[in-house]
Design a protein. Structure first.
Length: 375
């Protein structure tokens, strides 16, 4: 939800002009009496608006705020003052600046994405297929997630009774893949994210859910493999900031500023080209070997207890399936600086988000009080 705050002393004509310009970028503007999500977007049209902003945040019980200020009429001064006052109260806030409200569409859109994404990561609904994990407990306690744990046996029954997903069947020509996709779709329909503990499934069934996950993520669901709800959290962030689920990848190796990442599945809409092969560790059907579509990605990783993160911009040097001893979709990338992943990476899994959204992702981490280092 976006709010426009102003002082009447600055004149009705000026306020109307700012309102029109702002609304064209962020959509409907709410009245201050209405309370919305965990992190409201507060746009300071003029100076003299800090008290109203702080009162709005406190009255609505918001967890923090995203602020925007312009170079006219003491707007940015109020945004900075509001940030300082909220932080003094122990509430996180991030501020965005535009030299003029007349040319602020890009920053306003960015601020809206940050506010909406941070809000979506609080109170999310998830399905964990497998057994209860410490990650699940952390997400419930810290971020108010509602997580339904579905035993593997229950999921298998749903797979066996499913009619099969038409898109998956058409793409891969395999009934098993289509049935898994149909079962995952049922859980995804009522959840923001689904995570499946796939190794117990593949060891029992002797085939993987990798291809089904690739289909679901490409059409708007968010499905994490290996039961990794922390990476699912990052995939929801990716979805909010870019519309893409992102790609979960293992760290393979690194030297200086260059690193190699790999995994046996990737959302099909992130692939320039792909082919079906075997799963790396097991040799069972199926793995997905793909070339990444984009050149630039934002890579993010988060600790298992979601208490520290790392992020950075990377450029793809090479991608595809060119290593024999790694998962099937592989990417060699260049960081902005030499890294020491054994010391800096908060976890093995890194989520690749298309494009450079380092600033936005960093702002989301700040709002959620997750310390983050920059690769």
């Amino acid at each position: 939800m976006a709010y426009l705050l102003y002082s009447p002393i600055h004149g009705a004509d000026f306020i109307a002009e700012v309102r029109s310009s702002v609304a064209s970028a962020v959509g409907e503007l709410r009245e201050v009496e209405e309370c919305g999500p965990g992190f409201p977007l507060i746009i300071h049209a003029t100076g003299g608006t800090t008290a109203a902003a702080v009162e709005l945040v406190e009255r609505c019980g918001a967890r923090g705020a995203v602020l925007v200020g312009f170079g006219e009429h003491n707007s940015f001064a109020s945004a900075l003052h509001t940030r300082a006052e909220l932080e003094a109260r122990g509430l996180p806030a991030v501020a965005f600046h535009c030299p003029s409200y007349r040319n602020c569409r890009e920053e306003l859109t960015k601020a809206r994405r940050v506010a909406n994404t941070a809000s979506s990561l609080v109170g999310a609904k998830a399905v964990l297929i497998g057994v209860e994990t410490a990650q699940a407990r952390t997400l419930r306690e810290r971020f108010g997630w509602s997580i339904k744990v579905v035993p593997l046996e229950e999921f298998e029954k749903l797979v066996d009774s499913s009619q099969g997903d038409r898109e998956a069947s058409a793409l891969f020509g395999d009934e098993r893949v289509a049935k898994i996709a149909a079962a995952l779709s049922q859980y995804a329909a009522g959840a923001d994210v689904v995570a499946i503990q796939c190794f117990p499934f593949l060891m029992k069934r002797r085939y993987t859910p990798c291809l089904s996950i690739a289909v679901l993520n490409s059409r708007g669901a968010t499905v994490a493999c290996e039961g990794d709800l922390a990476s699912g959290f990052l995939m929801l962030m990716a979805r909010g900031l870019t519309g893409s689920s992102g790609w979960i990848a293992n760290v393979v190796k690194y030297t200086g500023a260059e690193g190699v990442f790999a995994h046996c599945t990737i959302s099909l809409d992130m692939a320039k080209s792909w082919r079906v092969t075997t799963h790396f560790e097991s040799g069972f059907p199926y793995g997905l070997a793909a070339e990444l579509k984009e050149r630039v990605y934002t890579v993010v990783s988060i600790s298992p207890r979601l208490d520290r993160a790392a992020l950075g911009r990377v450029e793809v040097i090479k991608s595809g399936n060119y290593l024999q001893d790694a998962c099937r979709t592989q990417a060699s990338v260049k960081f902005n600086r030499p890294v020491r992943l054994e010391a800096e990476a908060p976890a093995n899994h890194h989520v690749f988000i298309p494009g450079d959204v380092v600033e936005e992702a960093g702002a989301v981490f700040k709002l959620l009080s997750i310390p983050a280092v920059l690769y």
